[in-house]
Design a protein around this ligand. Structure first.
Ligand SMILES: [Zn+2]
Ligand SMILES: [Zn+2]
Length: 141
């Protein structure tokens, strides 16, 4: 049976291993984002995200970023591995102390549980969501 309790530090990285990260405490804020941009960049119905304080996040390896406008008017920088293209983290121009990290890139994502669904207004009809989770049409924060 799989043990679903997380081991600290949390570790993860891209598919090829060139970019790795460590998170020293459990992220308090988690969500599934169903926005069109997350659909595109993940190649899936939604992106499972951990919002991680920068002081508990340690990144090794060289990643590349590109800027996209966020709905809020801020700039969202999405980071990916230049070798394998894996989506890893983002950074919002308005929030220097917190970074969204893609939960599926954890070495052990089995413990992950989203606390809410965001941007459900842009979700696809074939996107099966947990009916128990609170749903927000856009950004809840
Ligand atoms: Zn890679
Ligand atoms: Zn999104």
């Amino acid at each position: 049976m799989i043990d679903h309790s997380p081991q600290l530090p949390l570790t993860g990285g891209c598919h090829c291993g060139a970019v790795r990260y460590q998170i020293s405490a459990l992220p308090k804020r988690t969500a599934n984002c169903h926005c069109r941009t997350c659909q595109r960049t993940s190649g899936a119905a939604y992106l499972a995200i951990m919002f991680v304080a920068t002081d508990i996040l340690q990144i090794t390896g060289t990643y590349q970023e590109y800027a996209t406008p966020a709905a809020s008017g801020n700039t969202l920088y999405r980071a990916f591995c230049p070798n394998c293209g894996c989506s890893l983290f983002a950074r919002n121009s308005a929030f220097a102390n917190i970074r969204p990290v893609t939960a599926a890139t954890l070495d052990d994502p089995s413990w992950f549980k989203a606390k809410l669904d965001m941007w459900v207004a842009e979700a696809q009809a074939w996107d099966m969501m947990d009916p128990e989770l609170p749903k927000f049409a856009g950004n809840p924060w």
